[in-house]
Structure formats: structure tokens, C-alpha cells
Ligand binder design. Structure first.
Ligand code: GDP
Ligand code: MN
Length: 369
């Protein structure tokens, strides 16, 4: 898995854009800038080292300053720092919050069940492992069904379960809801606010973390490996769009849907034919989606492991020959007997792609014709 990590200041820009309150802040690269920023903010500030490693506070990477000249001096010090081997070259100068309580909120992808997991606690400010160890009863976990819309009332229920004071239930719920939507929108691996600070001005994300999945291809492979031990199992869901997504393995099929979304396409189906899909299963899957008249294009996304590419090719051809209607097909096919599968498709005049990106963008292109 290749994870794209971004800095706190970048994550906060994204959080802000998506409606999550963040402190007034300004990025600085030297003492003079930091002094100016503190002057502009016009109250006590916190200077935060911008590094990608975690546990920055404990490592001494966060300092407070009461006035602009103090901010200048402190910034000069911090910019000499090395935090766990990472050189500090940027500081985020922020208004110092008057923190009454620290909450914890995050959304992560729970790989074991392939569902986003929301984790929330009123015991924030320390890392999640510590919350789990010291006050596990204060940890709320909520799995989101990836095929249903996550609704604001569900986010509010999480806030209630956290045990936030009554007057903060809807505000906390709104932030949870926004954090979840942001997680989805940016294809995140984790979106975290720790601490979500309760201040006299209300709830503010004092820290922000957003790790983004930068290699969907690798992700699929990993899912595939887990998937391939299972026997064939069809999982079919109808959705609102016009592109049928078929894949072997739930993870791969989901990745195909994500990729479509990235290129602006909308899935009409989610059809997982299982890990060791046979030629018969491919044929059956194609027939199912072709008979769905909302489907304008079929995006068949197959990573051969147990599944043989030549079997897939033969299955596809047999179905197209007898299909009740003509429908454009985009095939992403790799794996065992790959060349043979591609040769068979070529001979039949069907194009194929070996990368999911190329196949997804082609499917979207065809669907808008
Ligand atoms: P991390 O150590 O990298 O997670 O950095 P954070 O930004 O989460 O800050 C660590 C801790 O510093 C927080 O949990 C707070 O206790 C404290 N802190 C950070 N910003 C402020 C602030 O504006 N005001 C106050 N009072 N404390 C802060
Ligand atoms: Mn933090």
C-alpha cells in the first residue's frame, strides 16, 4: 500500500474547505514570517512543526508564544529541530486555543470487513492506542455500510454514544458527518481529528490528519490475495449510475467503483464474482448486467490469480455472441495466461486494458457518448 501523507496545514485547508472548523492559522518558514503571523493573529499563538511523523507534540515539536517577538524566537528554535529524523522546515502558526476538553474522531478503512469505521471518544488528545488501553469503555466504534448513504442522524447517534454534553450533540454529529464525507471524497485511508478541541468558541479541529490511498492498484492486489482463498460467491448490488462494474473479489470491485468515480463515472452495479471465478461465472455476471437496462457500458475488472485470463476471454465472447442487446465492454484483464486472454479478445475485436485507470476512464468516456 502506498500512502500519500500530507502535512497538517494541508489537511486543515481541506478540512476547512469541507466545513470543519479549524483554528486561525498561517504557514511560516522563518522567524520573521512567524512574527508577522503572530502579529496578525493578534493573540497568543501555538507554533506547530510541520512534519509527517506522528507524536510531534511529545517530541517537542509544538511550542506556545505569548507575543510576536516570542513567536520569532521560538520559531527560530523549532526550525533547527529534527523530529524523529525529519527536519522541520515549515511551521504552522495558529491562534492558541483555550481548550476545555479534547475529543477524538477518526474514520479509517476497516480492511477485515471492508467497511469504513468511525472511531470516536470524549477522551482525546492522546493517541488512539492509549485511549483503547486506558479507557476502552470510552471508545465508540461504528461501521458504515458502504452501499448506503451515511445520514446526519447516524452521525448524531455516534455523538450521543460518545457521551458529549447535550448541547454539543448536533455540533459533534455535524463534524463526524463532514469528516466521513471528506474521508470518502478524498479516498482516504485515515481522516483524523485529535484533538477535536472544545473551546469557548465551540468545537475546533486543533489537529488534522489525512492519509490518502495513492495506489489503488496495489490495494486491489492485497484484497485479491485475501479473497482468492474463498470459493466463488456472487455479490450483486444495483446502484444509480449507468456503468456496470464487475470484478473478481470485493476489494477489486470496490476499487473499480472508486476509480470510476474518480473519472466522473457512476456505477450501475456492483457485481463481485468471487475470487476463483470460472468462465461460467463470468458469463453469468455479464448476462445479469446486460439484462439491466440502466447499464450503458460494462466495466469488467479482472485480476487473474486463480481466475485464468483466457477463461475470462472465452466467457466474454460466448456471452456477447448470444446477447439480447449490444453493449460496449471495457475489460481490464491481467494475470494467469494474460497474453492468451488478450489474444483471444483481440481476435474477437474486443479491446482490453491492463491498467484499471485506463479501463475506468475508457468506460466513463463510452458512457457519456
Ligand atoms: P500531535 O502531538 O502531533 O498530535 O499534535 P497536536 O496538534 O495534536 O497537539 C498536541 C497537544 O498539544 C494537544 O493535544 C493539546 O493538548 C496541545 N495543543 C495543541 N494546540 C493547542 C492549542 O491551541 N491550545 C492549547 N491549550 N493546547 C494545544
Ligand atoms: Mn494530534
Amino acid at each position: 500500500m502506498i500512502t500519500l501523507k500530507i502535512y497538517e496545514y494541508q489537511a486543515k485547508e481541506i478540512f476547512k474547505k469541507n466545513g470543519i472548523p479549524v483554528p486561525i492559522n498561517q504557514l511560516s518558514e522563518n522567524g520573521v514570517d512567524a512574527e508577522k503571523a503572530a502579529k496578525k493573529i493578534d493573540k497568543s499563538v501555538v507554533l506547530k512543526s510541520q512534519v509527517l511523523v506522528g507524536g510531534r507534540g511529545k517530541a517537542g515539536g509544538i511550542k506556545f508564544a505569548d507575543n510576536p517577538s516570542d513567536a520569532h524566537k521560538t520559531a527560530d528554535e523549532l526550525l533547527q529541530f529534527n523530529i524523529k529524523g525529519e527536519k522541520v522546515s515549515k511551521l504552522l502558526v495558529e491562534e492558541k486555543l483555550d481548550i476545555e476538553s479534547e475529543y477524538y474522531l477518526s474514520v479509517v478503512m476497516d480492511r477485515s470487513v471492508r467497511k469504513p469505521l468511525i472511531i470516536a471518544s470524549t477522551e482525546g488528545g492522546v493517541d488512539i492506542e492509549e485511549i483503547a488501553r486506558v479507557t476502552p469503555e470510552k471508545l465508540v466504534k461504528y461501521h458504515v455500510n458502504p452501499f448506503e448513504r451515511f445520514l446526519p442522524y447516524q452521525a448524531r447517534d455516534i455523538a450521543i454514544e460518545m457521551g458529549v454534553p447535550n448541547h454539543l450533540i448536533s455540533k459533534t454529529g455535524a463534524i463526524i458527518w463532514k469528516l466521513f464525507n471528506l474521508f470518502k471524497k478524498y479516498d482516504a485511508i485515515i481522516a483524523e481529528i485529535n484533538p477535536l478541541a472544545l473551546t469557548p468558541q465551540g468545537l475546533i479541529a486543533a489537529d488534522a490528519k489525512l492519509d490518502i490511498d495513492d495506489d489503488a492498484l496495489y490495494r486491489q492486489k492485497e484484497f485479491m490475495d485475501n479473497e482468492s482463498t474463498k470459493k466463488d460467491e456472487f455479490a450483486y448490488v444495483e446502484l444509480d449510475g449507468d456503468i456496470a462494474v464487475i470484478g473478481n473479489g470485493a476489494g477489486l470491485t470496490l476499487s473499480g467503483m472508486d476509480m470510476l468515480k474518480l473519472y466522473g463515472g457512476k456505477a450501475a452495479t456492483f457485481l463481485d464474482i468471487g475470487g476463483g471465478a470460472s468462465k461460467e461465472n463470468i458469463a453469468r455476471a455479464l448476462n445479469i448486467v446486460i439484462s439491466n437496462h440502466k447499464v450503458k457500458v460494462v466495466f469488467l475488472n479482472v485480476l487473474g490469480g486463480i481466475t485464468r485470463a483466457d477463461d475470462v476471454a472465452n466467457g466474454v465472447i460466448s456471452v456477447l455472441e448470444g446477447a439480447e442487446r449490444k453493449i460496449p465492454l471495457v475489460i481490464r484483464l491481467t494475470g494467469t495466461n494474460e497474453e492468451e486472454g488478450q489474444r483471444i479478445l483481440n481476435e474477437a475485436g474486443i479491446s482490453f486494458e491492463t491498467s484499471m485507470e485506463a479501463a475506468a476512464s475508457k468506460a466513463v468516456e463510452l458512457s457519456s457518448k
